[in-house]
Design a binder for this molecule. Structure first.
Ligand code: FAD
Length: 385
C-alpha cells in the first residue's frame, strides 16, 4: 500500500478532534481528520442537539479557558454565518453552605462572572414551576446557555474542509507506529505525518495501546432523558427557562436544559452512568439513574411527567479527578492526546482544539496545562513508559 503524507493526522472527528483539525488548518498545516464511522454518527460523545455552555466552574482554570472559548465559538458563528449558542442563563442550586456550591460561587465572584442571586421570593417569581430544596441557595450564571451541538460539530468540520482540510470518514485506525514521521494505518490506507493527535473519546485507550500507554479512563453510558411538560411550553427555551445544575442533594449532580429540540420535552440527566464497552454500548441496560431522576422530578419539577418520554444514549470518558487529559505522549512527543473529557468537555471544544494544535506544532501552549498532564496518574501510566 502506498502512503500519503500530511503535516498532521487527527484521529477522531468528535468535537475535540474537529476543532483541533480546524485550528491546524488555520495554521496552514496539511491536515487529515480520520473517523471510524460514517459521519454524522451517534456512537461517541459529541452527538445530540444540545449541550450546556457556562463560565460557572469550581476551578479558576476552567473559568479562564471558558472566557476564550466563548470568543472562539462566536468567531466560528461569524465565519460560518450560523447560530451555535443561545443564551438562557444557568441556575445553580445547592446547599447554601455546601462545599461544592461555595466553590462555584467563589470562583464566579473571583472572576467577575455576571451572576444573579435569587432569594426564596425571587426564586418563586422568576423560576416558576420549580420547587427549591429546603436549605438550598440559587445563583444564576447569566453568561450560560445552550450550544447547538450537532450543528456545531458539522460547522467545525465544514469550515475545516473549507480551509483545505481533508476528512476521511468510515476509516478506522487499526495501527500506529510512533516515530518521525509517525505512521497511521487504516483498513484501506497508510498515512505518514510529522505529528499525530489522538482524540478518540471512549476509544482513547484502544488507540493508545498501539503506543504502549494506558490511561485510567472509565467509559460510562449516560441515559439522555427527555421529560414531558404537563402544559406545553412551561419549561421552554422560548419562555426563557434557564439551564440548571443541581448539586448536593441526595441525587448528586443532576442537570437540565429548557425544552427546545423536542417541543414539549425537557432534557434532564444524571451526571453519572454505568461502565460500558464503547463497542457494546447498548448492552449496558442499567436504568438506576432514571429511577433517581424520576424521584427528583416528582419532587422538584411538578410540571413534568416523572416518566421519561424519550431516552437516548451517549458516553462519558471519565478520569479519576474529572479533569481532562491535554498532553504530549510521555515517550513520543509528536503524539498528542486529548482525552478524558469527563462529561463536561463540549463547551471547551474551540479552546481544547487550539491547545492540542499548539502541542502538535511544538509550540508553547496558551494555558498552564499542569491540571491536564498525564504524569498526574503515575501508578497507571508508569508501567507503559
Ligand atoms: C449525555 C451527555 C451530555 C453532555 N453534556 C455536556 C454539556 O452540557 N456541556 C459540555 O460542555 N459537555 C457535555 N458533555 C460532554 C461532551 O459532549 C464530551 O466531553 C465531548 O463530546 C467529547 O468529545 P470527544 O471529541 O473527546 O469524543 P467523541 O465525540 O466520542 O469523539 C471521538 C471520535 O473518535 C472516533 N474514533 C475512535 N476510535 C477511532 C479509530 N480507531 N479510528 C478512527 N476514529 C476513531 C469515534 O468514532 C468518535 O467519533 C456531555 C456528554 C454526554 C454524553
Amino acid at each position: 500500500m502506498e502512503s500519503e503524507d500530511f503535516d498532521c493526522v487527527v484521529v477522531g472527528a468528535g468535537i475535540q478532534g474537529s476543532f483541533t483539525a480546524y485550528h491546524l488548518a488555520k495554521n496552514n498545516k496539511r491536515t487529515l481528520l480520520l473517523e471510524q464511522f460514517v459521519l454524522p454518527h451517534s456512537r461517541g460523545s459529541s452527538h445530540g442537539q444540545t449541550r450546556i455552555i457556562r463560565k460557572a466552574y469550581d476551578q479558576d482554570f476552567y473559568t479562564h479557558m471558558m472566557e476564550e472559548s466563548y470568543q472562539l465559538w462566536s468567531q466560528l458563528e461569524k465565519e460560518a454565518g450560523v447560530q451555535l449558542y443561545r443564551r438562557t442563563g444557568m441556575l445553580l442550586m445547592g446547599p447554601e453552605m455546601g462545599e461544592e456550591f461555595l466553590l462555584y460561587k467563589n470562583t464566579m465572584e473571583r472572576n467577575g462572572i455576571p451572576t444573579v442571586t435569587l432569594d426564596p421570593a425571587e426564586f418563586s417569581a422568576h423560576i416558576p414551576h420549580v420547587n427549591r430544596c429546603p436549605g438550598h441557595a440559587a445563583i444564576v450564571d447569566t453568561t450560560a446557555g445552550v450550544l447547538y451541538a450537532d450543528r456545531a460539530l458539522r460547522t467545525a468540520q465544514e469550515v475545516f474542509q473549507r480551509l483545505g482540510g481533508v476528512i476521511r470518514d468510515g476509516e478506522k485506525v487499526i495501527d500506529i507506529k510512533p516515530g518521525t514521521p509517525v505512521t497511521v494505518t487504516t483498513a484501506s490506507r497508510i498515512y505518514r505525518a510529522k505529528s499525530l493527535v489522538i482524540t478518540a473519546g471512549p476509544w482513547a485507550n484502544i488507540l493508545l495501546s498501539h503506543t504502549n500507554l494506558h490511561l485510567p479512563l472509565q467509559v460510562l453510558k449516560i441515559n439522555v432523558c427527555y421529560w414531558r411538560e404537563r402544559t406545553p411550553g412551561m419549561y421552554s427555551v422560548g419562555k426563557r427557562f434557564p439551564c440548571f445544575l443541581q448539586m448536593g442533594s441526595e441525587e448528586h449532580h443532576i442537570y437540565g436544559l429548557p425544552a427546545n429540540e423536542y417541543p414539549g420535552l425537557m432534557k434532564i440527566c444524571y451526571h453519572v452512568g454505568s461502565e460500558t464497552d464503547p463497542d457494546e454500548r447498548d448492552r449496558q441496560t442499567d436504568r438506576g439513574d432514571i429511577a433517581i431522576l424520576s424521584r427528583y422530578i416528582s419532587r422538584q419539577f411538578p410540571g413534568l411527567v416523572p416518566v421519561p418520554a424519550v431516552v437516548e444514549s451517549c458516553m462519558y470518558t471519565v478520569t479519576p479527578d474529572h479533569h481532562f487529559v491535554l498532553d504530549c505522549h510521555p515517550s513520543h512527543r509528536n503524539i498528542v492526546i486529548g482525552a478524558g473529557f469527563s462529561g463536561h468537555g463540549f463547551k471547551f471544544g474551540p479552546v481544547v482544539g487550539k491547545v492540542l494544535c499548539e502541542l502538535a506544532l511544538g509550540r508553547m501552549p496558551s494555558y498552564d496545562l499542569s491540571p491536564f498532564k498525564i504524569q498526574r496518574f503515575p501508578s497507571h501510566s508508569k508501567a507503559a513508559l
